[in-house]
Design a protein around this ligand. Structure first.
Ligand SMILES: [Zn+2]
Length: 396
């Protein structure tokens, strides 16, 4: 590629690319660009690239754009139009039709007005969109990686499938915004505004559970990365939800993140921590569900009630006799399950679990005493956990 003629803009992307002669156009990758638009007024750059605070007339910006038929043709092989490094601070580009599929890497779009616009699949990597107005604009499938979205208004915008990795969001307006399928790993979120209508996914795209089909296809190395990114995104959304006082969203992302950590323990063979995490998951939903604890408590009471019935050795002090199933008879189905025996043992199980100890019923042999000891210990732990979980929820 040779140098463009004098009356052409010649803006190059990446800017540090040196034109040394022919055939080097692709040495920095397939998306090297050099602007062939005619220079604008007295500037040595075109109307898109001229570095000036002078307002740029929308008609002149439109005049040097590729025709939409050409852009459609281009977009089949790559960018629809190369507008990298565009310099349009404070411009109102509402009348610019669309920027679908365009490359706007490192573009300066500070305080730009492009409401109800369309930027589908556009690449804004490393661009500056701070203070910009993009109300209701369609960014679906676009890349905003490493972009600055400081105080940018994206109210009602559609960011479905958007890449926001390493993007900077500060006091960004995301009210009524659609944010499904987004990639947020590495982004910074500070005082970002969301509301009930801001739409997020239940699971994030990095989560292996997001698309169950692909789980087996993910190579091990990639899986490790995916899990790190998934945990990172859940943490970001958890913090955002906490700052915005959305307890349900915070809780959901917290549980998802803990699930990812549990998966990481399994992938890395940390079995002891995996077992701990699994017990925490199933018994108390990582401390998020009092109902799960109450359910687990009842399960323990019933299991121990049945165990006492099998082991025997429970004595009702007022009428001394042990209450146990006659196992051989029970197994051969020759007698129905003695409900009274079961109820007595369940009653003993509840008294033991709750460590009430009325003294009206007691274990009278070694095995039953040992079982009762284990059950009362489990009861004390679960009741303590229930108090902890209820306290935590009340504090939110
Ligand atoms: Zn140019």
């Amino acid at each position: 590629m040779s140098k463009p003629p004098e009356d052409k803009c010649g803006y190059q992307f990446p800017p540090d690319f040196e034109v040394t002669g022919e055939g080097c156009g692709t040495s920095k990758g397939p998306h090297y660009s050099s602007c062939y638009r005619t220079t604008w007024n007295d500037y040595d750059r075109c109307v898109w690239h001229a570095k000036t605070d002078e307002p740029k007339p929308i008609d002149e910006l439109k005049n040097v754009r590729e025709r939409s038929s050409c852009r459609e043709l281009n977009s089949q092989n790559g960018p629809a139009e190369l507008l990298d490094g565009a310099h349009l601070p404070s411009a109102s580009i509402d009348g610019l039709s669309d920027l679908d599929g365009c490359y706007l890497r490192r573009a300066n779009l500070r305080d730009v007005h492009f409401s109800e616009g369309s930027c589908k699949r556009a690449v804004f990597a490393d661009a500056n969109l701070a203070d910009g107005w993009f109300r209701g604009t369609n960014f679906s499938g676009a890349s905003l990686s490493q972009s600055s979205l400081k105080e940018t208004t994206l109210k009602g915008a559609n960011l479905t499938g958007c890449k926001l990795e390493d993007a900077h969001l500060e006091r960004t307006n995301l009210l009524d915004t659609t944010l499904v399928d987004i990639r947020l790993y590495g982004a910074t979120l500070t005082e970002v505004k969301i509301n009930e209508e801001t739409e997020f996914d239940d699971k994030c795209v990095y989560d292996p559970k997001y698309d169950i089909k692909s789980d087996a296809d993910i190579p091990e190395m990639e899986m490790t990365n995916q899990l790190i990114k998934a945990a990172g995104q859940y943490r970001l959304l958890e913090q955002l939800a906490r700052a915005s006082a959305f307890p349900d969203m915070e809780r959901n992302n917290f549980i998802r993140r803990k699930d990812i950590h549990r998966r990481q323990h399994r992938e890395d063979g940390r079995w002891r921590r995996w077992i701990q995490a699994s017990i925490s998951r199933w018994v108390l939903l990582y401390g998020e569900s009092p109902w799960r604890i109450i359910g687990s408590s009842w399960a323990i009471i019933v299991i121990f009630g049945i165990l006492y019935s099998i082991v025997g050795g429970i004595t009702v002090t007022t009428k001394p006799a042990t209450h146990a199933f006659d196992l051989p008879q029970l197994v051969s189905f020759s007698v129905p399950v003695p409900i009274e025996t079961l109820l007595i043992n369940l009653y003993f199980s509840i008294v033991t679990f709750t460590t009430l100890g009325y003294g009206d019923i007691q274990p009278s042999n070694g095995a039953t005493q040992a079982l009762a000891g284990v059950e009362s210990l489990l009861g004390a732990v679960l009741i303590a956990l229930l108090v902890f979980v209820l306290g935590r929820r009340a504090a939110r």
